[in-house]
Design a protein. Sequence first.
Length: 256
Amino acid sequence: MSNAEFIFFSYLTNCLGLTLLVIRSINKKSPRALMRFLFMPILLTFLMGIALQEYMETSIFSNRQLLVSILLFVWCLKSIVSYNSIKIILLSSVLGDIKRAIYKKTYFKIFNLIFRVSLIQLMCFSSALSTNYLSGSQHLKFSDLTGFVICFIGLFIEMLSEKELKNNSLNKTKIVESGLWSISRNPNLIGMFLFFFGIQVIALSAISTFWSIFGFFLTGLIIFKNLMPNMENALMDKFPDYSEYSKRVPKLVRFK
């Protein structure tokens, strides 16, 4: 199986998963299913890649794949109960287009939107998916362990920052300025970026995975040029004193 064939089958699997979520949301007349399980098609695609690798006997199941499987499984499960504000930003225009397409009964446009979203998802998670194609040596390398540590740090930062928000959720009129939020205005997004960076470090230990670097750059672009400014604009509208908070706390991280 060629690299192109592997990517094609992965894309079809991811499209199928997203299509099922969209159909479920349409039947329930609510985007809740799509919002909640937005990243689960990626996990399905990853598992399909493992099954395809075993069936085509392109390579044996390596410890590297096991490591990425655990990390991706944890992240995708976490995404079910978190990332709500992030999902809203990512799907804001898509949900509006789907509603208009349903109203006008232009169902071809719905599939076109599914194909676009699926392509972006596949590119962003290409570093994880690429480990299922010629995953490399059976034993872990130093770069694999380094990537795992970076992923763990990223997940820890994400979970800690979300916990701090949850602990202060009773007072929704005040900005959280304690803990990680006192040294960065976006610690959760920084943690997310570190997670994807760690996956990319692990992926580079596999064979023929350099193409996945473009997906990692796209992920960074989405986080820093789309999610971060949009989330800050939303907080600026919600909290009158957010502008003062932004002067005291940097967008990324304070080193002093």
